[in-house]
Design a protein around this ligand. Structure first.
Ligand code: NAP
Length: 266
């Protein structure tokens, strides 16, 4: 079988460079180009610290996605640019696999409608780590029995969006199982603004940002006389790559937008 031709946007980033290392080792993929903010026209192999791959770097995403023959765009950039790249890829019949987090509900709806109209597959996954996907599914299950819950997510201090896409997705899954209600004391008063975290459908999400962290989340349920904690840690960015690989393979057979890796796991 021919290898899947991939464009990676964000090749110098922490996730993007890990994706390049995965592609370099995996015969089922071929890197055909990269989209970056600098190094226009340079080969990936000529950038220090990146794998020895022959693909050309483009700073003009529009030109790259219109002129390079590719099957899949893997986007690991920033919310604003990731959204632009995803839209351009769909318009050029290149299937997006998006790890970039921070897209709004409106943007997701718009991209989903565009995929349907063009009959093209797209995977947007706020978390590509299989363990994190299981943590979200277990949390959804636990919420049936424990309606009081708080989410603590912890990431490195270079992360742009808060709360994390994973925390929002977890809260959405929990929302599907529990009746909305405000948690904590009804007369609760924050003496310092933000002390109780962000509110989502009555539950609280707390975001921690520190150097040294990668991506970690605890979902803590409280019931009478007991608590239940479901916890996942990504120790390094390799943890996300089996999900990027799976999504890049499965997107080839899709003709709609799929949001969340869990829909591809069974
Ligand atoms: P990062 O290290 O900051 O990398 C982002 C890269 O994107 C940087 O190299 C940046 O270039 C580049 N970039 C920015 N604008 C661009 C553009 N217009 N065209 C091409 N490249 C552009 O961040 P990261 O930790 O790799 O994370 C990247 C994204 O993935 C974030 O949204 C993060 O939340 C998300 N993420 C997702 C998962 C998942 O499992 N889905 C896991 C971890 C992270 P400069 O350095 O020049 O700005």
């Amino acid at each position: 079988m021919n290898p899947i031709k991939v464009i990676v946007a964000g090749p110098r980033g922490k996730m993007g460079s890990e994706a390049l290392r995965m592609i370099e080792k995996d015969q089922s993929f071929e890197l055909v180009a990269c989209i970056d903010r600098k190094n226009d026209g340079v080969k990936v192999k000529d950038i220090e610290g990146l794998p020895s791959l022959d693909a050309r770097i483009y700073t003009d995403a529009e030109n790259c996605l219109a002129s390079v023959e590719a099957d899949v765009l893997v986007d690991l950039t920033t919310p604003e640019n990731g959204y632009k790249h995803t839209k351009l890829a769909i318009e050029n019949k290149i299937r997006p696999v998006v790890g970039t987090t921070g897209f709004t509900e409106e943007q997701l709806d718009e991209l989903s409608a565009l995929c349907k109209e063009r009959e093209i597959g797209c995977v947007i996954a706020p978390n590509f780590a299989v363990g994190a996907v299981l943590m979200m599914q277990f949390s959804k299950w636990a919420a049936k029995h424990f309606p009081d819950v708080e989410i603590i997510e912890k990431h490195h201090d270079q992360k742009l969006d808060a709360p994390s896409g994973t925390a929002i997705k977890t809260a959405q899954l929990i929302k599907e199982e529990r009746e909305a209600h405000k948690q904590g004391h009804q007369d609760e008063d924050e003496t310092i603004e933000g002390a109780r975290g962000a509110e989502f459908d009555g539950m609280r999400i707390h975001s921690m940002r520190l150097p040294g962290l990668v991506a970690h989340q605890e979902v803590i349920f409280g019931g009478l006389g007991q608590t239940l904690t479901i916890k996942h840690d990504s120790i390094n960015r390799e943890s996300f790559m089996s999900g990027v690989k799976l999504a890049s393979e499965r997107v080839m057979d899709l003709d709609v937008l799929v949001y969340g890796l869990e829909h591809l796991l069974d």
